[in-house]
Design a protein around this ligand. Structure first.
Ligand SMILES: [Zn+2]
Length: 338
């Protein structure tokens, strides 16, 4: 019960939207598709994504975050206390609708429940993972025009995110991932940012993962023992595995990024297998999960698929080797009391 094969494979969350979905969204904004038709298109896209994940052999899939344009905006639009003024430039010609906090953060209604239930029903695996953006990242990527400090804002966000996660658990979701790509960007804020994450997952008694990616991992290291998540998954391939040593003392599980999502070159199964063998010199096999560095969203769909498939093929090679050494399964039970 609740066991996965040794070295479970998963994705971080996002997957490229099929071109027809992007067209549907455009038509919807022009008033040429109604709400119901748009919802059906999103549902169809989720089924397509899950089929890709299944075909690639992913053990713990997601719904590809088909309904989310952006990871902060989605939640800011659905919580009380936010308003939007306009777009800010983030990098190159990418623009971001940065939300402003103009009042106390309040929970209005479930944000992810309906999409989680749909994906759970459509999923081939009972261990579907649902992703939710964490309190620090939402606070960091918003303008604070109301709270005395960013810290106060983050802790109020933690409360409403906790309400949402409890609903997901009640609905039968077995793996929840808190996305905190910003948590390691400001050295003097990491200590309380970790407390805010802990607050957001209080009482969540399923597997809890935290995703962090491009930033300064060394800022996290001094506080790792305070983190109450079961698993941290990380971008590592893009850094040529340099940060591995920072996480050797981490007691929980480690999701190792073995696929570079900033590069269109498709890693071969042998390359993935070699990388995993090296990583197993640093981490116990029963504590290792396998994932890409980050969401696959920005890659062309065919490349995203091939990378995912080769990640699984490479993992299967090493999984066989581990089986001969007596390692067969990884338990899904939470490691820590929250
Ligand atoms: Zn990421």
């Amino acid at each position: 019960m609740d066991e996965l094969p040794i070295l479970p494979t998963t994705v971080i969350g996002s997957y490229p939207r099929p071109k027809w979905l992007r067209e549907s969204i455009r038509l919807y904004h022009q008033g040429k598709l109604n709400e119901q038709e748009m919802k059906e298109a999103f549902n169809d896209a989720v089924i397509t994504v899950l089929r890709d994940h299944q075909k690639a052999g992913i053990d713990v899939p997601t719904d590809g975050e088909m309904r989310r344009d952006e990871m902060v905006e989605f939640f800011a639009e659905r919580l009380g206390g936010f308003r939007f003024y306009g777009f800010v430039r983030v990098w190159g010609d990418h623009y971001y609708r940065k939300p402003s906090v103009v009042g106390k953060i309040t929970y209005k209604e479930p944000m992810l429940l309906e999409e989680a239930l749909f994906a759970k029903e459509a999923s081939y695996s009972p261990y579907l993972k649902v992703t939710i953006t964490g309190p620090y990242t939402i606070a960091e990527w918003s303008y604070n025009e109301y709270y005395k400090s960013k810290r106060d804002l983050a802790f109020d966000l933690a409360k409403v995110l906790n309400t949402e996660m409890k609903k997901l658990v009640e609905a039968g979701i077995k793996v929840v991932q808190v996305d905190e790509p910003a948590i390691h960007t400001r050295k003097d804020e990491v200590e309380w940012a970790i407390e805010a994450v802990n607050e957001s997952i209080r009482g969540i008694d399923v597997k809890v993962v935290m995703h962090v990616c491009y930033g300064e991992y060394s800022y996290l290291e001094p506080y790792l023992d305070r983190l109450k998540v079961d698993q941290i998954n990380l971008a590592l391939k893009n850094y040529n595995y340099e940060p591995v040593k920072l996480f050797e003392k981490w007691d929980g599980e480690i999701g190792v990024g073995v696929i570079d999502v900033h590069n269109r070159r498709v890693e071969s199964p042998e390359e993935v297998a070699n990388d995993l063998r090296m990583l197993l010199e640093h981490f116990k096999p029963e504590r290792v999960w396998v994932n890409p560095d980050c969401g696959l969203k920005l890659l062309p769909r065919s490349i995203a698929y091939q990378k995912m498939e080769n990640m699984v093929k490479g993992t299967l090679i090493v999984r066989e080797e581990l089986k001969r050494k007596g390692y067969t399964t990884t338990n899904l039970k939470p490691l820590f009391n929250r």
